[in-house]
Structures are given as structure tokens and as C-alpha cells.
Design a protein around this ligand. Sequence first.
Ligand code: CDT
Length: 299
Amino acid sequence: SRSFIAAAAQLGPIARDEPRSSAVARMMEMMREANARGAELVVFPELALTTFFPRWYIEDEAEIATWFETEMPSASTQPLFDLAAKLGIGFHLGYAELTPEGRRFNTAILVDATGKIVGKYHKIHLPGHWEHEDWRPFQHLEKRYFEKGDLGFPVFDAMGGKLGMCICNDRRWPETWRMLGLGGAELVVLGYNTPLHYPPAPEHDHLQYFHNELSIQAGCYQNGLWAIATAKAGREEGCDLIGGSVIVAPTGEVLARAAGTDDEVITARVNLDRCGEIRRNVFDFAMHRQPADYGRLVE
Ligand code: CDT
């Protein structure tokens, strides 16, 4: 149905030496809790199977490869797919993908209530830098480890409606939301790993939670869609990551918000028909949008 309970399953920190099987076990426990609360969809974070490895500079290709998945599901993630199918619950999962051609992407997938992958997205806005930068207390090497996504901003039929995905830094860009909105997305699901400390502009550190919500709320309201945004949070290998996972309505209102920075499930009822409250009114694209005047956007 187009009205269902959905969950964000925030993960606390994952240690560098924590095996994927442990992260999967934690996610399975939260999936059971979400299911007990009536959820039909559960959203896990970006790069949810391991610690946020782009904080380290690694040169050895073989070592880099150890952070990536070559198949999905894999031996360590199959139990999550099996549980989802058994409970009849869909999920969203972020992970580092190494393709058979040797390409590396920051990837998210959408899995339906039968355990089948029905959507895939490759992160487009990759933040950070390429080389080791001595002055930083920790690195943010997504540009080194990942290729820019090659799938655009696709929208998938799921949960009785249209679902889109983006990943972490993508949520700060209005173009992401507009592309998904123009694609007809009624719900956008996303995960993030956002350090509390932003070394290039530390004067903005106190605004990290605010900018997270500001970006998601604006994206929802300005496109008349729902969002479920899930953090990997807490002190991970000495680096503090924000929590603040949220479920946001098309009006821009926050309906549920995580209270802490550890493993935590939040739920809210998502009614996809509520997108019309915005899309039939102030943001009726067909009636009010003026693309002929937006040329500079794609220069
Ligand atoms: N994972 C990710 O994209 N994190 C970034 C951190 C800030 S840019 C170094 C984010 O936009 O939250």
C-alpha cells in the first residue's frame, strides 16, 4: 500500500577491525525491532558494512580492495537478505562496490520485501580529496577511492510508489533532490557518514546537525517528497560522526529523529499520497516551473 510504517536504522560506530558479520548482526537486530514496530521498509547508512575507511590514506591496491564488496549479497550479507525475506520487509543498504571490471563505487541498493535487489545507485557528489593531506587530523579520501557515479539519479517502482536514492554529500545539493523530484520520486532514502569536525572550515562544526536537517527538509519541501536519512554515528576510530537520523514529510516537517549516536531505530508512518499536498499546490511543477529560465543550471 502507499501508506506504511518505515524505519531509519542508525548505526553507532564500527571499529576498523570489526568484521562485516558483526555489522550485519547489528543490522539484523535493528531489522527485527523495526519489524516488531510494524515497519515495512528499513533504511541503513552509507558504507554500512565497515568503518568509514576513507579517513585513511591507503596506497596498496590489495589493501584498498579489502574494504570493497565484489558481490551482493555476499556470504556475510546473505543473512540480512534472508531475514528481510522472512519478515517481508524491504531495506536500503550502502556499501563500497568493486565491479567485475575493477571499478569502485560508493553504492546504495534497494531490496524489496522478497529479498530481491530492485534498485541501485552510485554516489555522484564525492566529497573530500585525492591525496594525503598532512594538515588534516583525519583524511576524507572519497575522491581517491571512488569513481563518480555512472547511473544518474534513477527512480524505482517500490513500496507502491516511486523511490529514489542518494548518498550522504548528495543530500546537500539541491540538484540531487530536483533530479529525483523530476523523476517522480515520492520517497528518497539515503545514508550518511558525516564527521562533526570539518577540517577545511572548523568554524562551521557547530552547524553540522543543522546543515544536515536543513538540506533534507528543504529537499523534501521543495520537491514534495518524503525522505528517510540514516546516519552512521558516534566516535569511530577517534573521529566523531553526527547522528540525527530523520524521517521527513513532504511539508518539510521532521516526524522522527534519532536521539543518540549509537544503534537506534526510529519509525514513522509514510503516506506517499501526502506528496500531493505540496505537488498539487506551491510546487506544481507543470504549472509553475520555468525551465526556459534555468539554462545556467546546466552550463
Ligand atoms: N560521506 C560523506 O559524504 N560525508 C560528507 C562529509 C563532509 S565533506 C568532507 C558529508 O557531506 O556529510
